[in-house]
Design a binder for this molecule. Structure first.
Ligand code: FAD
Length: 442
C-alpha cells in the first residue's frame, strides 16, 4: 500500500513512525512544505530566552534519518496545493526546483497543522513585525533582536504571547502586551486572570487590555503601533493572535470541515472521505466533557492523534479518547494550569455549574518553604460531577492539574476528589491536599 502524509511535524511523523513500527511492506511518502521535520515548536520561546541552547536541540529527527533509518521517503520543500479524492492523487509544487509535483496514494493523511492568524492591519509590510510558529520564524526574530531593539510590543495575551513576554523581559527588553480582550490568558476565568496581570506588572510588563490594534507606523521599519485608544512607540512587534488550521487547499474536495475550519474526524481519525485521515492542528479534537468536536490545537493532541491515525491507516484499530482541555504554562515565577471547562465554557454548554475557590499552599502550612496556590474548582451543581479546575501557583501546580485531568477523564464527582488517596508529606502538601480542601468546602 502507498501511504502519503502531508506535513512532516508532530502529527505527520508520529503517524509515519507508527506505520513503520506496526506494518510491513508499505511505501510511505511524506510531503513537507518546509525544510525541517519533527521538531518541538513548544520549545521555540525558550530558544529566545536562552533556556534552550539552540534550535538544533528542538529537532527530534532529521529528514535524512527518517529516510536512512526508517525507510520513510521524506521530501522537504514539497507543498501540496490540491487533493483529487476521486483519482487519489495529490498535486503541488517542489519549491527547490519550482517543478510541479503529482503523487498518487492508497491512503492519505492530512497533517498540515495550523498557521498564525495575522489580521490585515495597515503597515504590516514594515520591517520588525513577526509571528512565531517555526524554526525559521524564531531565527528571524533572534536576528532582529540583535539590532538595537529596546521596546517590544506583543499583540495577543495567549500562551505564546505570555511565554514570549517572559523571554523578552529576560533579554532586558521593555515589553508591552496589547490584547483586545479584557484579560490575558482567556482560557482562565477573569478572577484567576487577575493574578496573571499582577505577575506581568510585577515584572514590568505594560498591559493594554481591551484595546484593538489598527495599524503600524514607521519609515521602512515599525516605529509605533496605533490602537483604538492610543499610539505607542515600539521597535519590534510580535503578533501572537492565535492560529487557524491549514485546510484551505482542501476546498472543493468534499472533505468535511467544522469547528473553526478544522477537518472533521471520527475517533479513528478518518475524515468524511474514504481512505483520507487527518490529525493534529489541522483537525478537530473530540472534547470529552463537551461531548462534541472542538478545536484545541496543542502538541500533546497532535502526537496522540498522529499515533492513532498511523495505526488505523494500517488497520490496527485504535480510537482517540479525546481531550479534556488540559494545558499548563510557566509565566515568570508562576505556573498557570487549567483543565476541563472554564465558567464561560460551562455556561455556553448550558451546564448548571457552581465554583469554589481557595487560597492554599503547596506545602504544609507550618513548613518553611510553602508557596501560595490559588485553586478554583468548577462543578455541576446538580450532579456534582467535576467540570474543570484552574490553578495558579508555583511548585506542585502541575501535579494537581494532572490529578484533576485524570479525574475529569473518569467523570469523577467533586466528592470523589475528597476520597482520593493522594500522597502526603509536609514538603508537598497539607494532610488534606489543596484539591481536597476545595472539594470538601464544595
Ligand atoms: P505542525 O507542527 O504545524 O506541522 C504541520 C506541518 O505541515 C508543518 O511542518 C508545515 O510546514 C507542513 N505543511 C503545512 N501545509 C502544508 C502543505 N500544504 N503541504 C505540505 N506540508 C504542509 N503545544 C503544547 O501542547 N504545549 C506547548 O507548550 C506548546 N507550546 C507552543 C509554543 C509555540 C511557540 C508554538 C508555535 C506552538 C506550541 N504548541 C504547544 C503547539 C504545538 O507546537 C502544535 O500543536 C503542534 O506542533 C502541532 O503539530 P502538527 O503536526 O499538527 O502541526
Amino acid at each position: 500500500m502507498k501511504i502519503v502524509i502531508l506535513g512532516g511535524d508532530a502529527a505527520g511523523m508520529s503517524a509515519a513512525m507508527q506505520i513503520v513500527r506496526n506494518s510491513e511492506g508499505n511505501e510511505i511518502v511524506v510531503l513537507e512544505k518546509g525544510e525541517i521535520t519533527s521538531y518541538g515548536q513548544c520549545g521555540l520561546p525558550y530558544v529566545v530566552s536562552g533556556d534552550v541552547n539552540s534550535t538544533d536541540d528542538l529537532i527530534a529527527r532529521e529528514p535524512q534519518t527518517f529516510r536512512d533509518k526508517y525507510g520513510i521517503d521524506v521530501r522537504t520543500s514539497h507543498e501540496v496545493t490540491k487533493v483529487d479524492c476521486d483519482h487519489k492523487v495529490v498535486y503541488g509544487i517542489d519549491h527547490k526546483t519550482s517543478q510541479e509535483i503529482e503523487e498518487s496514494y492508497d491512503r492519505l493523511l492530512i497533517a498540515t497543522g495550523a498557521s498564525p492568524i495575522i489580521p490585515p492591519w495597515e503597515g504590516l509590510q514594515l520591517e520588525g513585525i513577526f509571528s512565531l510558529k517555526t524554526i525559521p520564524d524564531v531565527q528571524a526574530i533572534m536576528d532582529d533582536l540583535n539590532h538595537s531593539i529596546e521596546k517590544v510590543t506583543i499583540i495577543g495575551g495567549g500562551y505564546i504571547g505570555l511565554e514570549m513576554a517572559e523571554s523578552l523581559v529576560t533579554l532586558g527588553k521593555k515589553v508591552r502586551i496589547i490584547d483586545r480582550g479584557a484579560q490575558l490568558a482567556k482560557i482562565f476565568d477573569e478572577d484567576m486572570a487577575d493574578l496573571i496581570h499582577e505577575e506581568a506588572e510585577r515584572h514590568g510588563v505594560k498591559l493594554n487590555l481591551g484595546e484593538s490594534v489598527e495599524e503600524f507606523r514607521g519609515d521602512h521599519r515599525v516605529e509605533s503601533i496605533v490602537t483604538d485608544k492610543g499610539e505607542y512607540e515600539t521597535d519590534f512587534v510580535l503578533a501572537a493572535t492565535g492560529v487557524s488550521p491549514n485546510t484551505s487547499f482542501l476546498e472543493g474536495t468534499g472533505i468535511s470541515k467544522g469547528v473553526r475550519d478544522s477537518i472533521t474526524v471520527n475517533a479513528f481519525m478518518e475524515t468524511s472521505i474514504m481512505d483520507i485521515y487527518a490529525a493534529g492542528d489541522c483537525a478537530a479534537q473530540y472534547h470529552r466533557l463537551k461531548q462534541k468536536l472542538d478545536y484545541v490545537p496543542l502538541g500533546t493532541h497532535a502526537n496522540k492523534q498522529g499515533q492513532v491515525a498511523g495505526l488505523n491507516m494500517v488497520n490496527k484499530r485504535k480510537a482517540f479518547q479525546g481531550v479534556v482541555g488540559t494545558s499548563i504554562l510557566k509565566f515568570f515565577d508562576l505556573t498557570l494550569g487549567r483543565t476541563g471547562l472554564s465558567e464561560k465554557e460551562a455556561a455556553s454548554e448550558y451546564i448548571p455549574y457552581a465554583t469554589i475557590s481557595i487560597k492554599s499552599t503547596h506545602a504544609a502550612g507550618y513548613y518553611s518553604k510553602e508557596d501560595p496556590m490559588t485553586l478554583k474548582l468548577i462543578y455541576n451543581k446538580e450532579s456534582r460531577e467535576l467540570l474543570g479546575t484552574q490553578i495558579i501557583g508555583h511548585a506542585g501546580t502541575d501535579k494537581r492539574i494532572d490529578v484533576i485531568a485524570t479525574a475529569l477523564y473518569h467523570h469523577m464527582t467533586i466528592d470523589n476528589l475528597a476520597d482520593l488517596d493522594l500522597a502526603y508529606a509536609p514538603p508537598y502538601n497539607s494532610v488534606w491536599d489543596p484539591i481536597q480542601q476545595a472539594a470538601r468546602r464544595a
